[in-house]
Design a protein around this ligand. Structure first.
Ligand code: ZN
Length: 67
């Protein structure tokens, strides 16, 4: 099961939870203040992979930028 990162909307506490793919996060309580329905964050790995992908694409499309 994948691990997701969440940020509490009230106290900005960031925590990780293992969730089923179809599991809703709207009833997940913040471990710091207990407020439910935290914001789901995009994982760092995903962000880096996406950033690297865009970088690779840009090098192909406009290689003059990287000389
Ligand atoms: Zn909180």
């Amino acid at each position: 099961m994948p691990i997701y990162e969440f940020e509490c909307k009230r106290c900005r506490h960031v925590f990780e939870r293992v969730m089923k793919v179809d599991e809703k996060c709207d009833r997940l309580p913040c471990p710091a203040c207990g407020v439910k329905n935290p914001r789901k964050l995009v994982s760092g790995f995903y962000t880096n992979a996406w950033s690297n992908f865009l970088d690779t694409m840009e090098r192909k499309v406009s290689p003059h930028k990287f000389k």
